[in-house]
Design a protein around this ligand. Sequence first.
Ligand code: GAP
Length: 461
Amino acid sequence: MSKLQNKNENETMEKIVSLCKRRGFVFPGSEIYGGLANSWSFGPYGVELKNNIKQLWWKKFVRERTDMVGIDGPILLHPGLWEASGHTAGFNDAMVDCKECQWRYRADHLIEQATGKDMEGKLVEMSAILKEEKVKCPNCKKSNWTEVKNFNMMFKTQMNGIADDVYLRPETAGAIFIEFKNILDSMRVKLPFGIAQIGKAFRNEIIAGNFIFRVREFEQMEIEYFINPKEKWEKIFEGWLLAQEEFAYALGADKSNLRRYEHPKEKLSHYSKKTVDIEYLFPFGWGELFGLANRTDFDLAQHGKFSQEKLSYFDQEENTRFIPHVLEPTFGLERSVVVALIAAYNEESVGAESRIVMKFPKELAPVKIAVFPLLKNKPELVEKAKEIFNTLKSDFSCEFDDNGNVGKRYRRQDEIGTPYCVTVDFDSLENGDVTVRDRDTMKQERVDIKKLNTYFNSKFN
Ligand code: GAP
């Protein structure tokens, strides 16, 4: 068995996108209507993979900790919240249009790609550079640009009974901050503690792309971790970075494909003391996977001011009231799915043949066990295989498969990353045992049917 592929080759992404469509992980959105730009639909295995990632995250960051609670807030939130957080005025990206072909670009990205200069946030200078350096439109190759303008990325909508515009939330964090008081009043929490949430966020990105890496509708897994401002936050910050890296490893990421990028001081938002991105080496280059910021007391202070509610914390031991500071670890779910797919993707030669095998960590595999009868047209084998499937399915995500021959079924299960395949053959009827085949080693062993549940419990726990 040999590895055929260098994971960082660009073609990896094309192969993964094609596998995702072929095998029911991710489909292009609204395809039968000709598609809707950069929207994607998660298919049967994609939704299992996504749910497994969410469950792993919730287990690690909520259930297994005593300092965390979870919420599930609404997507539509009071418009005042976005005034307070600064999103209405400042959640902008720099946009520029090509006057020749009308293609639209994110100006800072366009300039960085063409000149290597980092001009983020400097609209006037960006307009000048596009002209002076005659930056060419990647589509029509001409250089005739509009002025660079700010574009607010929030999706606007209307709501019955509300006069103001309402927005689809551009991040989940806002829904957490506004429940701070309810959590204090209902949950007997003591600092330091965190509130976690998984949910949809919407951003009208100027340019989306790279599969599901940058989309306009996505899910975030976010935590607001409240601390006493007197506390030594640097140590807690480092602890969260390590926890984020651990989570990336649990997705299958290799250490060598992860790095930290600390935002330079001059580029930090005025409220941030420190921001670090955890970046991953995607086949299209380094990109942000997760982020961590020390947002000080900015959010609670702003929401307190705009809502006129007291969003402070009373420390009984010290007999003082203050506004806690917050550390914000944030995780993108779609990007986590991309990492899990890239890290799992393997092409191997098996003798004269080759196979594609998705070596997901077992916990993340969409299907844990596939059960086959050796032959589809032998009712006694089919009946026994269904009986086994029925005994395993309540404990493990299982699939029954009697299509094609066993070799083809193995290839299909390898491509969706099923860790174990169980085959019922004629010996099974005689001896009460089955063949269990391991995805990674392809080794097969006979296991007593009566002991299958125990056998798989030991493999998955
Ligand atoms: N509350 C902080 C916040 O939203 P962010 O860096 O803008 O921070 C957090 O977003 C995470 O959400 C990113 O690290 C990334 O994983 C994910 N994310 C952001 N924009 C995205 C997009 N357009 N498509 C997919 N994921 C995105």
